[in-house]
Design a protein around this ligand. Structure first.
Ligand code: 13P
Length: 340
């Protein structure tokens, strides 16, 4: 595909007021989410849950792209419309998770490398035929004593870059996700140091692999205190540290940055995004690609029952709308109680 076409797809995914719905949980992960609401995870319940999300009235005003898992890309609405077609008919772009998960990195205890490159060219071609126009690959970087190693950062950056190059060859926009995990008791300065190193390794590898920056979306973590840290940094500090890190590493050629939520509460993830956009003039769109921060309230409202189908949709609508406002720097925390 021509670079211009990759660029227009990437721009549409994070257009003004829009972000990405990450609904690409693997079967084991969605199983855990369903366990928490005492709902059995079967092909039928997973399809129905995803149908609830995608058919939320008005959702396309706030969502530019939807990331699907392999199973979901092959499923259809109750009326028999393939989900990919249903999503694109509404003006949203369907995407697909293509990595096969973070696996222990041999010789490097506590560290992982993401797999899924073998056979990826053929899988991408099939996914394109099924309607996917972007893909996602998540690298996982763990913070701990003496980790991450530089080797782990390099191994993950090279895998991300090889994936991104293969996607662009297949006319698919790669979402490039180097996630520095929030797990641990480290402070925000340590998260900033590791995120800086991860982004540095990533952009070096992308250049070496000849990836066209105007045809990717970066999906980073925010710079934030560890979830078990004694004294966690507040929202203004998170926003400032995250912007400092992105401005130091992310070239202006990148059309958009769409954050992961990574275990932040739904409200925190919205407030942090809003504060960064309020800070002003940025060279890239700064948006969201949230999984849990969009879906957790919807799952809690749904509880696996048909009676709560509409309540689940309302909960998703509210988070999508608030994050859309945050993309424009127009969210206020007071809206949370106003809308309740
Ligand atoms: P969270 O927003 O729940 O971190 O998920 C986003 C995602 O797609 C992780 O790969």
């Amino acid at each position: 595909m021509h670079r211009n076409e990759l660029n227009s797809v990437a721009k549409a995914m994070v257009a003004t007021g829009k972000g990405i719905l990450a609904a690409d949980e693997s079967t084991p992960t969605i199983g855990k989410r369903f366990d928490a609401i005492n709902t059995e995870s079967t092909e039928v319940t997973r399809r129905r849950y995803r149908e609830m999300l995608f058919t939320t009235p008005g959702i396309a005003d706030y969502i530019g792209g939807v990331i699907l898992f392999d199973e979901t890309l092959r499923q259809s609405t109750s009326d028999g419309v393939p989900f990919a077609k249903y999503i694109s008919d509404l003006g949203m772009i369907p995407g697909i998770k293509v990595d096969t998960g973070a696996k222990p990195l041999a010789g490097f205890p506590g560290e992982t490398v993401t797999e899924g490159l073998d056979g990826l060219r053929d899988r991408l071609s099939e996914y394109y035929d099924l309607g996917a126009r972007f893909a996602k690959w998540r690298a996982v970087i763990n913070i701990g004593e003496n980790i991450p190693s530089d080797f782990c950062l390099q191994a993950n950056a090279r895998a991300l870059a090889r994936y991104a190059a293969l996607c662009q060859e297949a006319s698919i926009v790669p979402i490039v996700e180097p996630e520095v995990l929030m797990d641990g008791d480290h402070n925000i300065a340590r998260c900033e140091e590791v995120t800086n190193a991860a982004l540095d390794a990533l952009f070096t590898a992308l250049a070496e692999h000849r990836v066209a920056l105007e045809g990717i979306i970066l999906k980073p973590n925010m710079v934030i205190s560890g979830s078990d840290a004694a004294d966690r940094a507040g929202p203004a500090q998170v926003a400032a540290a995250t912007l400092r890190c992105l401005q130091a590493h992310v070239p202006a050629d990148i059309p958009g940055i769409a954050f992961l939520s990574g275990g932040q509460t739904a409200e925190e993830a919205t407030e942090h995004l809003d504060l960064m956009n309020k800070a002003g003039d940025l060279p890239w769109e700064l948006s969201f690609s949230y999984g849990r921060a969009l879906q957790a309230p919807a799952l809690a409202a749904w509880q696996g029952t048909e009676d709560n189908f509409g309540a689940g949709q309302s909960a998703l609508f509210k988070r999508a709308k608030f994050n859309s406002l945050a993309h424009g720097g127009q969210y206020e925390t007071s809206m949370e109680s106003d809308a309740a």
